[in-house]
Design a protein around this ligand. Sequence first.
Ligand code: COA
Length: 277
Amino acid sequence: MGRSFVEMPVRQRCQFLFDEGSVTELLGCEAQLTSPWLPKQGIVSQSDDGAIVMLGKIDGQRAVVLGIEGGFQGGAIGEVSGAKMAAALDLALQDNQRGVKTQVVIVLETGGVRLQEANLGLAAIADIHSAIIGLNDYVPVVGIVAGAVGCFGGMSIAAGLCSKLIVTREARLGLNGPAVIEQEAGIAEYDASDRPFIWGITGGEQRYRSNLVDHLVEDDANVIKQQLVETLQSGKPPTTRSEQIDHYLSILNQVDTSVQATPTQVCSDLAGGEADE
Ligand code: COA
């Protein structure tokens, strides 16, 4: 077993994905772009607002890597972190549009919209979605969800819009977070502390077997980097998941919501696959 990717802080994760010596961080901690809203609510802000933007080369090709720090506010996206990400994606789109090929990677570890910044976070996430859809015409947009927070809320939609997704077994991916489902539907319906159940429904392996992500890899930084390089080399897919609306709607229409879904049933509904390991 090599070096754990999950245990790396996000800045280190992003840096690791680039060719050595090729990377520059944009709007890093020295830019002091902090949330104006968190201190008003008695919460200490962070000088990068939990979002990392890096530009450099991956496998010799120009690439932008965006990262979200799961350790700060559960990786939830606020006005500033969201604007940083949306602007970086938009610049990458403009580069591709003027013929400067720029690949895009998003390292996702996030509880979605930052509840303390509500609509401002939502607006930024909408800009992120829109830029990813634009980029899908030019380059593969690769999302990586390694763990431990996972990827939820509006940013799970961003993950769904990525042309390719790489996950580990430690990852979780779902629209509503377990804490929110438990709060809204009650603990009898969904127990957020029942880890085998949560991972059985939203875990990386389950999402891979359900065909909702493309690659399941072990938590080894070198393995993840190698998978990323291969995924970027394979170019943009002929169709993205987000273009297969009829396919997914027909599956959704078969779901019986009167009974609790089980991991096995979710897999058989969405058709299985074998792990690449
Ligand atoms: N906004 C603000 N803070 C958030 C957040 C969000 N959307 N999501 C998580 N956090 C915070 C938690 O409040 C917690 O803060 P604390 O350490 O100060 O208590 C921290 O992130 C870690 O979350 P926690 O729930 O303790 O960790 P976990 O690993 O058990 O679960 C999640 C992580 C993301 C699965 C869980 O927090 C969750 O379900 N969040 C809601 C996700 C969601 O449905 N978002 C919809 C908004 S679009």
